[in-house]
Design a protein around this ligand. Structure first.
Ligand code: UDP
Length: 239
């Protein structure tokens, strides 16, 4: 399996909002379009692992504001990510791509448990591995899990697919007209500016272990294929 682009193995983080197309729940049209792109990438010979978010169902912080205990709310958030995994798995298999879902909270009827070395074997065989249920631990985010899993399975880059924003800006571009987009940013700059596109825990883990990150938009079709082929889109965060 030769790859045309620079990457052999990538970690793709898909935020939950993407799955819902901006709504609560799963939008099959959106998920099938994402799956089509991932299938194209896999056929080009790139190994693809995916961490999915769950913000289209529940976010622990929001449920906490509604009066729930944070840890239980976070478990609901993690369970939400698994529904996204299954939706993505379904549409990937309809594209003819073999997949495995591995979850950090064991649920044997729908997914394998998280076993990093087995995940690597799946990737070597050209299967897409979709990681669900976050880290299995409250008080974490799926961004941080994506950085950790990327390191553990030896992905060369962490690709952060976003809905509603096409990179890292100096401020939220949907609220501030004068927000400036960065093409390149160091981890330290990101942290010093207290930017919020991914949480600081994820960025500092990437910094400590020198994992390059690219933030890009999922709002236009074709961006997953482009970023996996090494085209310069979005914002690159590096040492
Ligand atoms: N979550 C958690 N531990 C983890 C990952 C996620 O507790 O390791 C919970 C947390 O409540 C979070 C929710 O799951 O708000 C959904 O994940 P996230 O907000 O990261 O999804 P995204 O913003 O990417 O859609």
């Amino acid at each position: 399996r030769g790859t045309a682009g620079p990457y052999k193995r990538v970690m793709l983080k898909l935020s939950g909002e993407v799955f819902g197309g901006g709504q609560v729940g799963v939008d099959p049209i959106v998920v099938s379009a994402v799956a089509r792109q991932i299938a194209t990438v896999v056929r080009s010979g790139v190994q693809v692992a995916i961490v999915v978010g769950g913000g289209n169902f529940f976010r622990g912080a929001e449920l906490q504001q509604g009066g729930m205990d944070r840890d239980r709310a976070d478990y609901m958030g993690m369970l939400g990510t698994v529904m996204n995994c299954l939706a993505l798995q379904d549409f990937l298999e309809k594209e003819g791509v073999q997949t495995r879902v591995q979850t950090a909270i064991t649920m044997g009827q729908v997914a394998e448990p998280y076993i990093p070395r087995r995940a690597e074997r799946h990737l070597e065989k050209g299967r897409v591995v979709i990681f669900g249920a976050g880290s299995g631990m409250p008080y974490f985010s799926t961004d941080t899990v994506a950085a950790q899993r990327a390191l553990e399975i030896g992905a060369e880059v962490l690709l952060m697919g976003k809905q509603g924003v096409d990179g890292v800006y100096s401020a939220d571009p949907n609220r501030h007209d004068d927000a400036v987009k960065f093409d390149d940013l160091t981890y330290d700059d990101y942290l010093a500016r207290d930017l919020k596109v991914a949480d600081a825990t994820a960025i500092s883990m990437a910094r400590d272990y020198k994992l390059p990150m690219i933030f890009f938009s999922l709002d236009t079709d074709g961006t997953i294929v482009s970023v996996c082929a090494g085209e310069k889109i979005g914002t690159s965060v590096h040492a």
